[in-house]
Design a protein. Structure first.
Length: 402
């Protein structure tokens, strides 16, 4: 039997990243870089650690599921950055680092003396990514930030929700996630620049900038009209029908974008008379008569199950999808085909399901290689690699620096 082929080299292998971040945005950025082969060293506060370790009431044998998911493929050290000695240790690690991910609120990195201006003197080739809620300028630069606060400030919350209800928070932390991916993109772009020029630089990414990017399509309309967009629930501002409808056993989303598809849709649902009705003949007509048309369609869709409607509408080439809850989504054949629901082993949590790798590279795909580290698990190992001897490490530990 021939030996198994070795795994291909990972694309970011050989790059070292220091991650000073907690909860979601910064750690997801570090996770992605680690998935792609970077050596990511997570820096946590001794005795406390990342808040994601305990943010949810459910655990896997005492380990927080958020921490387990966001911190795979990393080594972990516990280091007191508020102490002079802790900063000296960090500076020595920076000498051998390619990237620092810092996700403090504005002004904290400067007070801790780990800001870009200071670290660039230690390592001029350093890529320093500052990931904040509101950005480095403006009156809110030092304000503590959360995904939900950015959803509120950016206008995202105001345009989300039912027309007769109040603003609604998106059910998933999408702003954190957009910020993390923009940070990873910025870091990789800066590394490409460094490959060409040898220059390090600072990368600034804010959750607010990411939320505004997510608004691009709708905000472009506002810039032309000056009119605030109303909440539409799950409906579209310009297309009807383009929303979720309640079926017998759940909800199905239907998107009818053209007049031709409208005629196909009407035939599929057994209502050819609607296609011939002059009130609903064109896209403009259906938009103008939304309040008349939607109740008619709601009554029709309630007559069958989600599965039945999916079979009927797909056969007519009408764009549609089941509105999956989590228990349905994780069993959906298309979701399973993505490879994004995977299993991983952890020495304490055991075997658990987690999220896969969203970017698929054909020749050098990312891999899940190691579990999320225990608090300070690799402190001594990392310090020895940085040249610290056993006596120095023991002294740092005795004084609470590590």
């Amino acid at each position: 039997m021939s030996a198994a082929s070795p795994s291909p080299a990972l694309p970011l292998q050989g790059y070292r990243v220091l991650e000073v971040a907690h909860l979601i945005a910064g750690p997801v950025c570090g996770m992605y870089l680690g998935d792609m082969g970077a050596e990511v060293i997570k820096v946590e506060e001794p005795g406390k650690g990342d808040a994601s370790r305990s943010v949810y009431h459910v655990t896997a044998n005492g380990e927080g599921p958020l921490y387990l998911t966001m911190n795979r493929n990393k080594r972990g050290i516990a280091l007191d950055l508020s102490s002079r000695e802790g900063r000296q240790v960090f500076y020595r690690l920076v000498e051998r680092a390619d990237v620092v991910i810092e996700a403090y609120r504005g002004g904290v990195a400067e007070r801790l003396e780990i800001d870009y201006a200071r670290l660039a003197r230690v390592n001029p080739r350093l890529i320093y990514c500052s990931l904040s809620a509101f950005g480095p300028e403006g009156p809110w630069r030092e304000k503590p930030g959360l995904d939900a606060l950015v959803q509120a400030m950016s206008g995202l919350m105001a345009i989300t929700g039912e027309p007769d209800g109040g603003p609604a928070l998106c059910g998933a932390p999408v702003v954190d996630t957009i910020g993390s991916l923009l940070a990873a993109q910025g870091i990789l772009t800066a590394l490409l620049h460094r490959e060409k020029t040898g220059e390090g630089q600072k990368v600034d990414v804010s959750l607010l900038d990411g939320a505004l990017l997510a608004h691009a399509a709708r905000l472009s309309v506002f810039h032309l009209t000056g009119e605030d967009l109303p909440r539409r629930g799950n409906a579209h501002p310009e297309l009807v029908p383009y929303q979720a409808f309640r079926a017998q056993d759940g909800w199905v989303f239907v998107a009818v974008r053209t007049d031709k598809l409208w005629r196909s849709f009407c035939g599929a649902i057994g209502q050819p008379g609607l296609a011939a009705d002059p009130r609903f003949a064109t896209k403009a007509d259906r938009l103008a008569q939304r309040t008349e048309l939607v109740p008619i369609l709601e009554a029709v869709v309630r007559g069958k199950t989600v599965r039945e409607w999916m079979e009927i509408l797909e056969a007519a080439d009408v764009l549609c999808a089941p509105v999956n809850n989590y228990s349905d989504m994780v069993k959906d054949p298309q979701v399973l085909a993505t490879g994004m629901i995977v299993e991983q082993e952890h020495p304490k949590a055991g075997r658990f399901k987690t999220i896969g790798i969203p970017v698929k590279l054909a020749k050098s795909p990312g891999r899940i290689r190691t579990p999320a580290p225990a608090l300070g698990e690799h402190t001594e190992q990392v310090l020895r690699e940085a040249g610290y001897g056993d006596a120095e490490i023991r002294s740092l530990r005795e004084r609470g620096v590590i």
